[in-house]
Design a binder for this molecule. Structure first.
Ligand code: ZN
Length: 444
């Protein structure tokens, strides 16, 4: 049984509510980066562009966005970087789900359905019978911009799509076999009854141009995520749990940004960075993924911007440490057999340190020890997770980011249920605990 449950204090509840609101504002990774940018702007961080030269001084507070969905935010401390190193926290903006195909639209039996690809590893069955809609970004014709194209966020607020189940009378074994959705034929959500003579893909284009109020020939393309319109909620007799989409990993993104902002005044010496990457759920190898150039590029721009050379950059990294923050698998009492008995972690018992001898997680005794000390200073408990030895272990951005930079790293995350479900759940007290632990790390 769980011991020492954290109370959901007024502060913790407000933090959890702020997380639910953050997720509700962020129905796609492109929106998530914009939501993080808005928090940073409100706290006085200013945007830098990768096309400009950067000149940085102690006290500088900036952020940079690559291709709308990957973001880095940083604060330059008063201490020389070669003396203090960097405190890095990394998380990811993307979540598994469904992405709309470019010529989306398929007629079947008089119905128009949206062609979708599966992005990452969602629990597909959880997307059925939900009030789905579309959000993401579109490419718009703009002669004033490089290559003649610019991007805009788009979100259709009302429920628009549905993947209806069969009635049990026509699928008698669904409770024995589970719900199976064929990715090509069973998954495309229903959009509408087909309008006479209107090309299938045209219905979606019209929806987008009407929503954005742009001329029909202005829309060049789109990157659209299918999202669940149900807002986040508290549940439980004490409202001690939270439910929403994308807790993995907007929970860690939000905690990382809040911790950075909270540590601003109390840690003027330390230099701190937050990295929020897209494309973690599909392996991170891309121009803006954690296994791409963004990490090196931003750190290089910072050290160069502070007047340091390549050797100094290596000296800075040798003094630095990364906390890779991604969610963790909390014990689910309905399925006790899938956990290692000694390494069960529970909702509302604080941040989880994840260990894997095959380096699917980067934690070792020293990096875990450093994180434990941060938790100690923050006054929050911590837990240790190790996957059962007879089950394959997941991974996250930690190993590739640490490998690219060659620095000490620990993999942590808050405990949650139903990772990669359309509706995930977690403890209402843990978010505040993680914010405080990361703040203490930034202040180290
Ligand atoms: Zn994740």
């Amino acid at each position: 049984m769980p011991e020492a449950l954290l109370p959901v204090s007024a502060t913790a509840r407000a933090r959890a509510q702020a997380l639910l609101d953050f997720i509700d504002r962020s129905p796609s990774p492109w929106h998530a980066a914009a939501s993080a940018a808005a928090l940073l702007e409100a706290a006085g961080y200013t945007r830098l562009d990768e096309t400009d030269a950067w000149s940085l001084a102690p006290g500088a507070r900036h952020y940079v966005v690559r291709d709308d969905s990957t973001l880095a935010a940083f604060r330059i401390g008063q201490a020389p970087l070669t003396d203090s190193g960097l405190r890095l926290v990394g998380a990811h903006t993307d979540s598994p789900g469904l992405r709309v195909k470019p010529l989306a639209g398929e007629r079947r039996g008089g119905w128009l359905r949206l062609g979708v690809e599966v992005y990452g590893g969602p629990i597909l069955a959880t997307f059925s019978d939900r009030d789905l809609s579309l959000a993401g970004r579109v490419a718009i014709r703009d002669p004033a911009m490089p290559f003649g194209v610019t991007s805009r966020l788009v979100r259709i607020e009302q429920p628009l799509l549905r993947i209806p189940n069969l009635p049990i009378h026509l699928n008698r074994k669904v409770n024995e076999d589970g719900l199976r959705l064929d990715r090509q034929t069973g998954l495309p959500p229903v959009l509408s009854a087909v309008e006479a003579d209107l090309p299938a893909a045209e219905t979606l284009r019209r929806l987008l141009t009407d929503t954005l109020q742009i001329p029909a020939d202005g829309l060049l393309g789109f990157d659209l995520n299918v999202y669940d319109t149900q807002p986040g909620a508290f549940f439980g007799p004490q409202r001690e749990f939270i439910a929403n989409s994308q807790l993995d990993n907007l929970g860690s993104c939000h905690a990382a940004v809040l911790a950075l902002l909270d540590s601003d005044d109390s840690a003027p010496q330390a230099s701190a960075l937050c990295f929020l990457f897209d494309h973690e759920e599909v392996g991170s190898t891309s121009a803006k993924g954690a296994d791409g150039s963004f990490l090196d590029d931003v750190i290089g721009r910072i050290t160069n911007g502070c007047g340091l050379d390549d050797q100094d950059r290596q000296r800075v990294l040798a003094r630095s440490m990364l906390v890779s923050a991604d969610m963790a698998h909390a014990f689910n009492p309905g399925h006790p057999h899938v956990y290692d008995n000694d390494h069960r972690v529970h909702l509302n018992q604080g941040p989880v340190i994840k260990t894997n001898a095959s380096q699917r997680y980067t934690s070792d005794s020293l990096s875990a020890g450093a994180f434990q000390l941060a938790c100690e200073r923050a006054g929050v408990p911590w837990q240790h997770y190790v996957q059962r030895s007879d089950l394959a272990c997941g991974s996250t951005i930690g190993p590739m980011a640490a490998a690219r930079l060659g620095l000490r790293s620990v993999d942590v995350g808050n405990p949650m249920w139903a990772m990669h479900s359309a509706r995930e759940s977690a403890g209402a007290a843990d978010h505040d605990a993680m914010c405080r632990a990361l703040k203490a790390f930034f202040e180290t």
